[in-house]
Design a protein around this ligand. Structure first.
Ligand SMILES: NC(=O)c1ccc[n+]([C@@H]2O[C@H](COP(=O)([O-])OP(=O)(O)OC[C@H]3O[C@@H](n4cnc5c(N)ncnc54)[C@H](O)[C@@H]3O)[C@@H](O)[C@H]2O)c1
Length: 251
């Protein structure tokens, strides 16, 4: 049987997306590495191909371009024989107070985080329906649940929107054998964040706030996404899973 095909957006960065692509590849999925950065997407697909001894596809994809999203979904099905898993990882934020926010900040954030997630679902779901089922995992954030000034209003609103989109899409598509879930990470370490936050920010999380005494790693989120993408989570849909080492518990 052919491997199930998993499209991951924003999969070529230094953070969660590439960890998800690597984990799903290790779990046997036929991962399609998509990213706005074409060269890095190609490099990760080549790395996975070398590592696993099978061919992985890459595609340049800016999730804010609905025509490009539709074309990539069609091309994945034409080239790989189906589209079974979609992981909406692309996200963007800029922190500006509401009273001073540049309108472009609001638009860009909603466009990448919420509209991009919608576009990918809009054009991937018909293929999943035609193929008899699938799983969608959306990467939201604890900022969709909680007040966090360190994220900003545009990001919080967009990520809350992703949760709402997840709920309704799950209700609509269960009868097609498609499950739709989201994950809501707290702080997850990534090289880029070390340029924004000082070292004390990370040690404060690890030693002061996390129940498990460490900062989250992209691989922690990748494990949860792999579970939600796979058959072991067959009775789970319409949920949002927090993953924050206890910093933002929701029990
Ligand atoms: N890192 C955290 O602490 C954290 C916490 C909660 C939620 N999240 C969410 O997790 C996701 C991944 O975040 P990350 O920080 O690990 O980054 P990441 O490394 O997974 O993603 C960065 C990549 O996104 C790509 N990208 C940017 N804009 C794009 C677009 N419009 N279309 C396609 N690709 C685009 C970039 O080229 C880059 O390769 C985001 O949705 C983010 O909001 C992150």
């Amino acid at each position: 049987m052919n491997a199930r095909v998993a499209v991951v957006t924003a999969a070529a960065g230094a953070g969660i997306g590439s960890a998800i692509a690597k984990r799903l590849a290790a779990d046997g999925f036929d991962v399609v590495v998509t990213d706005a950065h074409e060269r890095r997407a190609g490099e990760l697909a080549a790395q996975l191909s070398d590592q696993h001894g099978r061919d992985f596809m890459s595609a340049v994809l800016d999730v804010t371009d609905p025509a490009a999203v539709a074309a990539v979904c069609d091309s994945v099905v034409a080239q790989r024989g189906g589209l079974h898993v979609l992981v909406n990882n692309a996200g963007w934020s800029k922190i500006e107070p509401v009273a001073e926010m540049d309108l472009e900040t609001w638009r860009r954030c909603l466009d990448v985080d919420l509209n991009g997630t919608f576009y990918c679902m809009r054009y991937a779901l018909p293929h999943m329906i035609a193929g008899g089922g699938g799983a969608v995992v959306n990467i939201s954030s604890i900022a969709g649940w909680e007040m966090t000034t360190e994220h900003g209003a545009a990001y919080s609103a967009a990520k809350a929107g992703v949760m709402a989109l997840t709920r309704v899409a799950a209700a609509e598509n269960g009868r097609h054998g498609i499950r739709v879930n989201a994950v809501a990470p707290g702080l997850i370490y990534n090289e880029f964040l070390t340029k924004i936050y000082p070292p004390e920010f990370f040690s404060g999380y690890a030693e002061g706030r996390s129940y498990v005494g460490r900062v989250g790693q992209p691989e922690d989120v990748a494990s949860l996404v792999a579970f939600l993408a796979g058959d072991e989570s067959g009775y789970i849909t319409g949920e949002v899973y927090g993953i924050s080492g206890g910093v933002h518990p929701h029990a």
